[in-house]
Design a protein around this ligand. Structure first.
Ligand code: SOE
Length: 374
């Protein structure tokens, strides 16, 4: 296979995270050859500076021009949610493989259009994937393996939470993330999307119905022209019914004072339980009730062995990895699927399914918590 030409669109937080991954994935993993061709952003000076810093050969201000290029085969979309559908659909129509940051889109309608475009492209051997990067944290991939192997027995309940505090201060300013027309929703789409995706990924099953509650604690915030209404949620809570009869709770907030990026998952089954905390992402706690009673207890698995997911390519045991590695693993998996001609996961269809869960939580909140089937 010729080297794949890669373009990343967006150079802010996610553009930087993805760029760092593109920079090192080829050095660590055995993936098809690729070239970091072009970084795209609207501000010419800032994008050129970022391109040089992140290792891109060129910079560009118009993503449409990138789609016309024959030397670009992969487009990685790291722009705000309101641009995802337009760029991804155009890129797939132009025959580019597409990786798009989560959530897939801002609405179910946009996501459906993207799924249709992805299906058309896939019939021509052109692939697409959504960037739910936490699936690629080795401890969470291991959690999925343990659940699938039946080590927890029948899963009964799950507790998922994702707490941040960058909106705890009522003087924190307006941004695209706080306007419904640009962000679609608040903590719901931004971080509950991760939790919903992870619960379904680790359990290997889908949500059947939801009850939800959204809350905006600070109704207006300082914008460029004075106070502006906040039109998305600061926090989202939900209970989910899963296909197997398991129950899950989801609690997310961007106004949880003191919590910076606290993603936690607890899974309780008939034979065992698991606990994960992103702040200690190299660890997975496992309670195994098959052990003699006197030896039971949550024990820490240090997830750094070569036998653990993704870790054979990194460092010797005990040499811990970090948050950014999940993005390298994501690109590794995407490239290997392109090389093998195999559809990657999470697909756009999986991204749409998460979107329908989020939409149902939002409708439930508007209907005073009434349970919404999916
Ligand atoms: C902001 O809340 C954010 O950057 C999310 O958009 C990311 O998906 C998450 O990984 C970290 O927090």
């Amino acid at each position: 296979m010729d080297a794949l030409g890669v373009a990343v669109i967006g150079y802010a937080f996610m553009g930087k995270a993805h760029s760092a991954a593109w920079r090192n994935v080829g050095a660590v993993f055995d993936v098809p050859r690729y070239e970091q061709k072009v970084l795209v952003g609207r501000d010419a000076t800032a994008t050129a500076a970022a391109a040089e810093r992140y290792g891109w050969a060129e910079s560009e201000t118009d993503w449409r021009r990138v789609l016309e290029r024959d030397d670009i085969q992969v487009v990685d979309i790291c722009t705000p949610g309101w641009t995802h559908a337009e760029i991804a659909i155009a890129a797939l129509a132009a025959g580019k493989h597409v990786l798009v940051e989560k959530p897939l889109a801002n609405s179910v309608t946009e996501a459906r259009n993207m799924v249709e475009a992805a299906a058309r492209a896939e019939s021509r051997g052109v692939f697409s994937m959504v960037g739910y990067n936490y699936r690629r944290v080795p401890a969470l991939a291991l959690a999925r393996e343990l659940v699938a192997a039946g080590r927890l027995g029948t899963i009964r309940q799950v507790k998922g939470s994702y707490l941040q505090d960058w909106l705890a201060d009522e003087n924190a300013g307006m941004s695209w993330r706080l306007r419904k027309e640009t962000a679609g929703s608040g903590a719901l789409g931004d971080i509950a999307s991760h939790v919903v995706d992870l619960i379904q990924f680790v359990l290997g099953e889908k949500v059947r119905s939801v009850s939800g509650r959204l809350q905006t604690f600070v109704p207006s915030r300082p914008g460029p022209d004075g106070l502006e209404p906040v039109t998305v949620d600061d926090a989202a809570w939900a209970t989910l019914d899963l296909e197997s009869g398991a129950l899950a709770s989801v609690e997310v907030s961007r106004a949880a004072t003191g919590r910076k990026n606290a993603l936690q998952l607890e899974i309780y089954g008939s034979r065992g339980a698991l606990r994960f905390d992103l702040e200690r992402l190299n660890e997975l706690e496992f309670f195994d009730s098959d052990l003699p009673l006197g030896e039971q207890g949550f024990r820490k698995i240090l997830v750094t062995e070569a036998s653990h997911p993704y870790l054979d390519a990194w460092w010797p045991p005990g040499h811990v990895i970090g948050w950014e590695h999940s993005f390298s693993h994501q690109i590794r998996d995407f490239l290997l699927c392109i090389e093998a001609g195999r559809p990657p996961s999470p697909s756009f269809a999986e991204g749409l399914q998460v979107q329908t869960v989020l939409d149902a939580i939002s409708r439930s909140s508007a209907a005073q918590g009434t349970r919404q089937p999916l």
